[in-house]
Design a protein around this ligand. Structure first.
Ligand code: SAH
Length: 328
């Protein structure tokens, strides 16, 4: 695959062919189905200070965290709306010790044994990942952010490293999680060369899930004045990832939906097959402000789910009540 050509060409025929081939490959593996995951943003407290992130340690945002009961309530609402995967995402918040988090995972699995639990809580130790897996967590999302160590250092403070991030991804895989990696498109310092490394990593590690979306500047961060990433380039990268790793579960991310009114539909037309409507309580959504103007900030869970179903039906995609596991 000529990655540089596909990223830079202005030939609409070449781009169209790329998109159509990606859809053909997706349909052959998963059919014309889009899997829904309910996103529950459990905390915006974070000990890290990633330069791009709106809930970084130094951000002056109002902080919140959800209790076990609040999280279970989100799951109950989601279950009634047909969700069979719950994704608990948050900043790196030490309040959620292994004991606390295992208790939450066990409670969700006990009440919803037919659902998958996905965690996205940043870097933790192998022992912690092991205990959470034992408690019932099925999947873990931890974007690698960039596969280039120098670029990684440009995006993160000195105490963070690509090496540790990659160690976590390998630990998660060893422990039997379905693992999600991914990166932002158009983050400051990203080049064709760093993107080639991202795609090489994906082709080699073959994460079960890959989340990519445009970088969007977040107020109050060192990158607040930087340019946002490109929707068009994100779509081309989605299609390339589908071709390099046909079985991947590939979300049409909210960041794409935020940048373009038809962003998620266009992602599906580029080979994506997952959507993650928000199940977080209405009053905390605006506080999980990882970037500016995040989608459906004030709406209710039922509204975002219904909106997604309508959008997917309109482009001829089925949204099954299904965990949507990785197909080997
Ligand atoms: N603390 C967790 C969850 C982070 S938020 C973790 O470390 O994995 C989930 C993802 O949002 C991040 O991995 C990052 O790729 C993305 N993100 C953060 N800030 C962003 C921004 N300004 N624009 C677009 N995406 C962003």
């Amino acid at each position: 695959m000529d990655i540089e050509y596909l990223l830079t060409t202005s030939d609409p025929v070449a781009v169209d062919e790329l998109m159509r081939e990606a859809c053909r490959v997706r349909d052959a593996v998963y059919g014309r189905r889009v899997f829904m995951r309910g996103l529950i943003e459990i905390s915006n407290h974070c000990k890290n200070n990633c330069l791009y992130c709106g809930i970084r340690r130094d951000a002056k945002c109002r902080r919140y965290r959800l209790s076990k009961e609040q999280i279970l309530d989100c799951c109950r609402t989601g279950y009634g709306l047909g969700f069979r995967t719950f994704v608990m995402q948050g900043g790196e918040d030490a309040w959620y010790t292994d004991e606390v988090m295992c208790d939450i995972v066990e409670a969700v699995k006990r009440e919803f044994p037919d659902c998958a639990v996905t965690l996205s809580l940043g870097e933790r130790g192998r022992e912690s990942f092991r205990r959470l897996r034992e408690a019932g967590a099925d999947r873990y999302l931890l974007r690698h952010e960039t596969a280039d160590a120098d670029h990684y250092r440009r995006l993160h403070p000195a105490e963070m490293s690509l090496e540790h991030r990659m160690q976590c991804l390998h630990d998660l895989r060893d422990l039997g999680y379905q693992v999600g990696a991914g990166f932002m498109v158009g983050s400051p310092g990203q080049t064709v060369e760093t993107l080639k490394k991202d795609l090489a990593f994906i082709e080699d590690f073959k994460p079960e899930m890959v989340g990519i979306g445009p970088f969007i500047p977040a107020a109050g961060t060192p990158f607040e004045g930087e340019r946002a990433g490109s929707v068009e380039i994100t779509l081309r990268l989605l299609a390339m990832i589908r071709l390099l790793h046909p079985h991947v579960l590939l979300p049409a991310t909210s960041a794409l939906g935020t940048m373009h009114p038809q962003g998620r539909e266009r992602a599906i037309a580029a080979g994506a097959n997952v959507v993650m409507p928000n199940l977080s309580p209405q009053d905390t959504r605006s506080l999980y402000s990882i970037y500016n103007n995040k989608l459906s900030t004030g709406s209710e869970a039922a509204e975002s789910a219904a909106d997604i179903r309508l959008r997917m039906a309109a482009i001829g995609m089925e949204v099954p009540e299904d965990r949507g596991d990785f197909v080997n």
